[in-house]
Ligand binder design. Structure first.
Ligand code: PLP
Length: 431
């Protein structure tokens, strides 16, 4: 469920016509619905009602301060993957004792900062990382709360780039090795073993891989407790899928029941790290058609259209990167008829497309389009490729909207650059 609806022939976000936002901020612009974000959080959180749990919003899906603040206001913690995200999480009001730190490549300064701030735990991905955290904690005379991210070797049946729970992935430690690492960690004075963690992938549309992973993690927890290692936290990661096209992902309740069931009877707090499920369908990317182009169809029959829009792969990388589907809908009245078209951006790559071979109305220059389900891994993966300033971000609540991140300026893009002194032909320079 989301709050992007057509009323009187005009698509609105909650009470605001998208056209009004486009006029005020220009395009491309990301638009987020506060009511949708809140609703998704509540539905997810309430699904785990009756189980001791902490929802740690996975910030890499969308790290805009107002988005994160929406969740922290509702009681959310944060799942972070860098020192940068730690700073953002704290700035957006995440309580340190609800922050979990994941990722395979934590640097010493990042570990130190997280330790000083007193986060809930580090999700550790290798023995060497355990040693690094132990060393930083010893230097600071602190005890670092750790859990080991185990690789349960289950197939998440999702896109290979976002599948993380297989033995061949770079993530986690295989369960047998993890037992040894837990025993080692339990004997270190500056490590406090608190939990077990796993995250098997993203955009999962079935519960069975979650159940498989949870059962393996449960067996591990039982073994560790039997060895006298008191596991208090089980972090089951994120990964719950959303509907982009015709997927039928499980309802959060179904997911919650399956996961909670696997840990019944254990005195643990569950940590959940949803990203996409909270933000994906709460945001769109608004773009304008710049030009249209018709070429003879490669198949020989009819014509193929290109709609060249002002958003590109640098703004929304998912179609280019994973071949992902995003519905593209008209914001206003549509011209009559149907054509087969690619929606492409201005970037100089043939891989720069937002949609391919879609049946859609014969749009004209100036038409506004809404690229749907762009709230997760949209802006947060955007780049400045082709020296394109990153889009503005807007949040809507009821009949109000506010810019929650200004569009970058061209000046912003090379502010940090320096012309090498030996290139500058200033006064007195040799020719
Ligand atoms: C990316 C990620 C998540 C969030 O994944 P979603 O599919 O967006 O829910 C959670 N935990 C970890 C460790 C991640 O890397």
């Amino acid at each position: 469920m989301h709050h992007f609806q057509v009323r009187n022939g005009e698509m609105h976000c909650e009470g605001v016509p998208l056209r009004r936002i486009a006029r005020a901020t220009g395009t491309p612009v990301y638009v987020y619905s506060h009511a949708t974000l809140s609703r998704h959080y509540r539905v997810f959180d309430e699904a785990f009602e009756g189980v001791r749990h902490i929802v740690c919003y996975s910030m890499k899906a969308n790290s805009n301060g107002s988005v994160v603040r929406t969740f922290t206001d509702l009681g959310s913690g944060a799942d972070i993957v860098s020192g940068g995200e730690l700073a953002r999480a704290l700035a957006a009001g995440a309580p340190p004792d609800k922050i979990v730190y994941s990722g395979v490549g934590k640097k010493p300064w990042e570990i130190e900062e997280a330790l000083r701030r007193g986060i809930l735990m580090f999700n550790v991905e290798s023995r060497e990382e355990l040693e690094a955290i132990d060393a930083v904690a010893a230097r600071l005379r602190k005890r670092a709360p750790v859990s080991i991210r185990v690789n349960p070797d289950v197939d998440a049946k999702t896109h290979p780039y976002i599948s993380t729970g297989l033995m061949k992935n770079k993530f986690g430690i295989r369960i047998e090795q993890a037992v040894k690492d837990y025993e080692w960690a339990a004997g270190r004075r500056h490590l406090d073993v608190v939990g077990v963690d796993c995250h098997i992938g993203s955009q999962l549309t079935e519960v069975s891989p979650f159940v498989d992973a949870a059962r393996r993690v449960r067996r591990l927890v039982d073994r560790l407790i039997a060895k006298g290692i008191p596991i208090r936290i089980v972090d089951i990661g994120g990964g719950l899928g959303i509907r982009y096209h015709d997927e039928l992902p499980p309802h959060p309740r179904e997911y919650a029941d399956a996961v909670a069931d696997a840990f019944r009877g254990l005195p643990v707090t569950l940590v959940l790290e949803p990203g996409r499920a909270l933000v994906g369908n709460a945001g769109i990317l608004l773009t304008e058609v710049l030009y249209t182009k018709r070429i003879p169809s490669p198949g020989g029959r009819g014509k193929k259209c290109f709609f060249i829009v002002d958003a590109a792969m640098n703004d929304l990388a998912r179609p280019s990167l994973y071949g992902s589907y995003h519905a593209i809908l008209p914001v206003g009245k549509t011209p009559r008829g149907r054509v087969t078209a690619d929606v492409v951006g201005p970037v100089c790559e043939s891989g720069d497309f937002l949609a391919r071979e879609r049946i859609m109305p014969p749009y004209r220059p100036g038409d506004l389009l809404a690229v749907m389900s762009a709230g997760a891994y949209g802006f947060s993966m955007s780049s400045n490729y082709n020296t394109r300033p990153r889009a503005a971000e807007v949040m809507v609540s009821g009949s109000r909207f506010e810019v929650v991140r200004e569009r970058e300026t061209v000046r912003d893009l090379f502010r940090a650059e320096r012309t090498a002194s030996f290139l500058v032909r200033g006064r007195g320079a040799k020719r």
